[in-house]
Design a protein around this ligand. Structure first.
Ligand code: FPP
Length: 247
């Protein structure tokens, strides 16, 4: 089926996922298959980001969360780390006008203290500029790890208890959720991972508790909005029970 047909089918089926999270994997393999240096795989991956953002807007998804750089990725060769950081800055410089015009609210989430001053300033600028947009929230996770996010939330809770802002007995799932980077988003309904790997890799561990998992064999640079729509159609065919039995 063509993209437009898939989109029409999706609308016929009814509800689309409110929040889609994606582990974008396979840039390195895509480059290797073409005898290209790895950074060129990431550059092609940036085009796929653009494509999927467009697809999410067309599908009327509310939140799109993309795992762009993990805490572990800092251990890659310096050349590759630098290439990824400059790609982030290039993405922001090239896409800011279009994202803003399309009504996308961009949030860059993770340990931003490790970014270069230039990249951090660009990230802050884009977040401030698009803060009032409402069509799609695009969460870009950079220098992010879910365990570190949970440790951060635990520290915030402990600080609030210590300073008398929160009673110990008021610590529950809600008060913890409110201290995650995603506090104002619904949890992901659908988690997609590309390139055939079947792992969560420390992405949004708390938030994906009830997400449907969709593993695609496609390498990230080849992922198009058609693949996104296929994932949404597969999601619509799933039977989500949240641990309950059908009534
Ligand atoms: C995983 O592929 C991908 C990454 C570590 C980086 C993701 C980055 C992008 C898609 C481009 C930049 C995006 C923005 C928004 C600036 P891999 O390198 O682990 O691939 P491999 O497993 O095949 O080696």
């Amino acid at each position: 089926m063509e993209g437009a047909e898939l989109l029409a089918q999706m609308r016929l089926n009814g509800a689309v996922p409110r929040h889609i999270a994606i582990i974008m994997d396979g840039n390195g393999r895509w480059a290797r298959e073409r005898n290209l240096p790895r950074p060129l795989g990431h550059r092609s991956g940036m085009k796929a980001v653009r494509e999927v953002v467009e697809g999410a807007i067309e599908a009327e998804v509310e939140v799109l969360s993309l795992f762009a750089f993990s805490q572990e990725n800092w251990q890659r060769p310096l050349l590759e780390v630098n290439a990824l950081m400059s790609l982030l800055q290039e993405y922001i410089a090239r896409e800011a006008d279009e994202l803003d015009a399309r009504g996308v609210r961009v949030r860059i989430l993770g340990d931003l203290s490790r970014l270069s001053p230039g990249a951090a300033a660009a990230a802050e600028g884009l977040m401030t500029r698009t803060a009032g947009n409402q069509r799609l929230t695009l969460n870009l996770f950079i220098s992010y790890g879910a365990r570190a996010e949970l440790v951060r939330a635990a520290r915030l809770l402990a600080g609030d208890v210590r300073d008398g802002r929160l009673a110990l007995e008021d610590i529950d799932e809600d008060t913890l959720s409110q201290r995650l980077y995603t506090s104002d988003c619904p949890d992901p309904d659908l988690l997609i991972r590309t390139s055939g790997e079947q792992r969560i890799s420390n992405f949004l561990l708390w938030q994906v508790a009830y997400a449907e998992l969709y593993m695609s064999p496609v390498l990230w640079p080849d992922f198009t909005r058609r693949h996104l729509y296929e994932a949404i159609l597969a999601f619509q065919a799933r039977d989500r029970r949240f641990g309950r039995v059908p009534v």
